[in-house]
Design a protein around this ligand. Sequence first.
Ligand code: ZN
Length: 76
Amino acid sequence: MSKASKNVPVRTCVVCRKQVAKSGLQRFVWEPKTEVVALDKTQVMPGRGVYCCLEDACKQRFFTQKQRWKKAFRLL
Ligand SMILES: [Zn+2]
């Protein structure tokens, strides 16, 4: 039995629902002031965050479905 992944924080990609180590994801936060979904490069920005994995297909879908994620930010 492997315990290697025990302490690795894992988040779910909002596009493909795959569980990925935090380091393999991009974090996006909703900025109420500007009403935009911003890439959180530092992963420590305050506010609601969603994660998207680094697959090109997911990144593309994330950006083309921004309206949907906007909704998700408010409902989370
Ligand atoms: Zn994904």
